[in-house]
Design a protein around this ligand. Sequence first.
Ligand code: MN
Length: 231
Amino acid sequence: MDTPKRSLVTANRVLAREGVLDAFGHVSLRDPADAGRFFLSRSLAPELVDEVDILDFDLTSQPVTPTEQALYSERVIHGAIYRARPDVMAICHHHAPPLLPFCLADLKLQVVTQLGATIGKQVPIWDQRDEFGATNHLVVREDEAASLARCLGSHSIVLMKRHGATVVGSSIEELAFRSIYSCRDAELQLRAMTYGPIDAFSDAEIDLAARYPAATLARAWHYWRTRAATV
Ligand code: MN
């Protein structure tokens, strides 16, 4: 059994290997031993993260131990969501290309496959412009992050207009599954739409399909972590 920090290193490499994260984007894990803290890397491309890079943060997204190291500018996203959502244990913020068309065009992200049901029935879209006017489209202030967390509400993914997405999970395995399969589902949806209107899952079907047994998440995690060569 991996330590929480080791699991977070694995998640960094898995999400990079599977195309969700590249030089940018980040993934965090709430400290299982202290709900008022979370683990997040120092500013580093996720594929390069190792255990020594993981720092402890409080829920105001400040490092527990002051450091001179560069930190992710958008780390406030993590603290704000952990404060608002006690059920959330892991968070990924990313700019994965498969989801970006849904943050740019008038397109609704829908569930088109059984594994894509992890997206959930509704995906809110947050537009930083609505409350904050002209910005550089980075979420760096507490009030911006709190606004994003409010828009996420009780959902699993919030799309960010002209920016990317933030995904939450009740475990690191669920977060990886949701982050990866939401991108795969988005790719398939876009590809199918080039042939005409699509016939997506109904709400009832999403509810049924999204009840993934623990073995499903474990099987996917085992596969991804092996592919990412972290075992
Ligand atoms: Mn971002």
